[in-house]
Design a binder for this molecule. Structure first.
Ligand code: MSP
Length: 661
């Protein structure tokens, strides 16, 4: 019998900065669904990846003095590290810089052009000359200036290719209003009124103003602009129009694309239009969630942003509370469609009430009693009693409810359903009072039944929870005398699976209670430090805008300039000069056997900041001795607005000794 297939995708993230808790939400949500579906017996393909082209990446790489490829490689490594840390079970990771994707996108672009859906036109927008960037009206800052440098922009045009949207308007409207493609459906009206009713605008799909993108094969001064490149990943990752994979027929169309509301329009309108133009089947569902915002001290919700310093770091939270507690918290708080403010208080309360007191306590109390009264192994004698049937009824109804929530991408509700069962089981302990039964040996048959029913409840609950908290549940299984073979989806629909004489194993406290006051103090200190640093950076940026450069010196001839030998060199070693607060001593590979240079930059650079970096040196300065150390040349640095000197870093790929002319 062939297994049914299930294909689920996250957005492919921009590697323009490190991932944060917002990226984790979508990825953890998709991971939990993928795990659940695998447990149900589906052949799952779970795809995630990174969207690596574009002007922003090109600019960031230039600022760092590395190539765009080097830049994305580094950030992608952090994304992958985070996904492995968060226990994300993706089956495939696509990078839009992968050769096979590039090949497919070029073919897709050409096909759309050949079919007449892509045509050449003129792109007009607001252009910032210093930043060399086009912006749309809505991207401009409050003063109508460039959102990056806040200088005035001007209307400008460049040649570009456009994708015709109008042929698809009717079909897309029907898709949004008459099918259950979009979740939640309530968002359809907003899309239809804002974008379809006023007449769908054609989409600009190429640029000539930057080069870090996929070249258009038949007009290579153009690169494919953002969405045709990015959205196609969902197909190219399966082998669509490439030979890297052969999974397209098997997995396409996708069962679920999950995204946040920021990119809903592209997935609800543009992606279906591209697929219609290509004559390919449409994905089955688009699940749209809200934003995780940051709740500040005054209780206000702020957008998480690096420049405000309020970005919640998943590594830091995972280290403090455990990855599963974080996974649980974000999934439990976020309803499909709505925004959710991230608050440390709510997170800690949630972990304490649901995980430490609710589920953790259920496991530890049950295992401890089995240990205390029966030395860990239950006797096989039983006596049914009050409350047993009601407990079983509740537990046997959970799986179906969770199935439905998963099928409708409502993970918060799925967890709520599971925790109804946790509460029911805890209530069963209060109702049956096993500690009273334990005082009277004649009631041990009943006690054994109560504990067995509790272990069975934990088995069902932990099986269902294992899709959401995959690290901790196997530990629970170990404690209740079960294992992965017993804790299957199929068995989660049955009561009475554990052997009658099951043996429990007391283990560690799974979810330790968190000391709210202590933790809040520490977390607030971390965020305040981050915010202060971000503010200082913002101030420095502002100072840069009002910076007056030193007056220009008198003119010299080219021959005068030629007397100064500027060369590229690489810092191999660096240390502070003893007895000096200002000086660093650097060992350089200058392409001519190496040299030592002393530089007055110790106030602003630590030795480790410089090692491995390329610098520019004045190579033909006569040697001098500074604080007893010989210096053969000078490192080039520039005046910064705060009065410091900043080293001028050339392109890291330049060879040592390369002459600057
Ligand atoms: N590269 C595009 C997507 C192309 S998909 C074909 C992009 N990248 S992104 O890095 O900006 O990622 C946006 C997605 O990251 C959101 O749609 C959402 O899934 C996730 N999130 C990033 N920050 C988030 C929050 N603060 N809250 C919730 N989700 C967030 O757009």
């Amino acid at each position: 019998m062939t297994m049914p297939k299930f294909y689920i995708t996250t957005p492919i993230y921009y590697p323009s900065g490190d991932p944060h808790i917002g990226h984790c939400y979508t990825t953890v949500a998709c991971d939990s669904i993928a795990r659940y579906k695998r447990m149900q017996g589906y052949d799952v393909m779970f795809l995630t990846g990174t969207d690596e082209h574009g002007q922003k990446i090109e600019d960031k790489a230039r600022d760092k003095g590395v190539t765009p490829q080097q830049y994305v490689d580094e950030v992608v490594a952090t994304f992958k590290k985070l996904w492995s840390y968060m226990n994300i079970s993706y089956d495939r990771y696509i990078r839009t810089t992968d050769d096979y994707h590039v090949e497919s996108v070029q073919k897709i672009f050409k096909e759309l052009y050949d079919k007449g859906y892509i045509y050449k036109g003129e792109y007009t927008g607001k252009y910032c000359t210093p930043c060399e960037s086009f912006w749309t009206e809505s991207q401009l800052d409050a003063d109508g200036c460039c959102p990056e440098c806040h200088r005035p922009v001007k209307e400008a045009s460049e040649e570009a290719y456009f994708f015709k949207m109008s042929p698809f308007a009717d079909r897309i409207e029907k898709l949004l209003t008459e099918t259950d493609y979009l979740r939640p459906k309530t968002r359809a009206t907003e899309l239809v009124n804002n974008f379809i009713k006023p007449g769908l605008e054609d989409l600009c799909v190429s640029r000539t103003s930057f080069t870090w993108g996929i070249p258009v094969t038949f007009d290579p001064k153009h690169v494919v602009y953002v969405w045709v490149d990015a959205l196609s990943n969902y197909c190219t990752a399966l082998g669509y129009k490439n030979n890297k994979y052969n999974d397209y027929d098997k997995y396409w169309p996708a069962d679920v694309h999950m995204v946040a509301k920021d990119i809903m329009r592209f997935h609800a309108i543009i992606w279906p239009a591209i697929l219609m133009a290509l004559d390919e089947p449409l994905p089955k569902h688009l699940a749209v969630h809200g934003w995780i915002t940051f709740q500040n001290k005054n209780g206000e919700a702020q957008k998480m942003s690096k420049s405000l310093g309020n970005v919640v770091d998943p590594f830091m939270l995972g280290e403090r509370y455990g990855v599963d507690a974080i996974r649980y918290h974000i999934l439990r708080e976020m309803a499909l469609g709505a925004d959710s403010a991230f608050s440390n208080e709510i997170m800690i309360n949630r972990i304490n009430s649901d995980l430490a007191n609710g589920f953790g306590n259920l496991v530890s109390r049950t295992v401890a009693m089995a240990d205390k009264y029966f030395g860990g192994t239950l006797p096989e004698t039983r006596l049914e009693g009050d409350f047993d049937q009601s407990l079983k009824d509740c537990l046997l109804s959970v799986r179906e409810k969770v199935d439905k929530c998963i099928d409708e991408t409502r993970l918060k509700n799925a967890l709520e359903e599971i925790f109804v069962a946790v509460d029911r089981a805890n209530k069963y302990i209060d109702e049956t009072e096993p500690w009273v039964l334990g005082k009277d040996e004649s009631k041990y048959d009943r006690l054994a039944s109560v504990l067995y029913n509790l272990l069975e409840s934990i088995r069902i609950i932990s099986t269902l929870l294992s899709a959401f908290m995959p690290t901790t549940m196997p530990e629970v299984w170990e404690q209740i005398g079960a294992n992965a073979d017993i804790c299957t989806y199929e068995n989660a629909g049955k009561f009475g699976v554990l052997p009658a004489n099951v043996t429990v194993h007391k283990g560690r406290i799974l979810f330790p209670r968190i000391d709210m006051d202590k933790e809040i103090g520490e977390l607030n200190a971390i965020i305040e430090k981050n915010m202060a640093e971000a503010k200082a950076k913002l101030n420095a940026d502002e100072a840069a805008e009002t910076f007056t450069p030193a007056p220009l010196a008198e003119q010299v001839t080219i021959d005068d300039f030629a007397k100064v030998e500027l060369r590229v060199a690489e810092v191999k070693a660096c240390e502070k000069v003893k007895k000096s607060k200002k000086l660093l001593c650097l060992q350089l590979d200058d392409g001519f056997g190496g040299r030592q240079v002393v530089s007055g930059i110790a106030q602003w650079y630590k030795p480790e900041d410089l090692i491995g970096k390329k610098v520019i040196i004045v190579a033909n300065l006569k040697p001098v001795t500074l604080c007893g150390v010989e210096s053969n040349g000078m490192i080039c640095a520039a005046d910064a607005p705060d009065g410091s000197a900043r080293v001028v870093f050339p392109d890291q790929t330049l060879p040592n000794g390369s002459k600057i002319r």
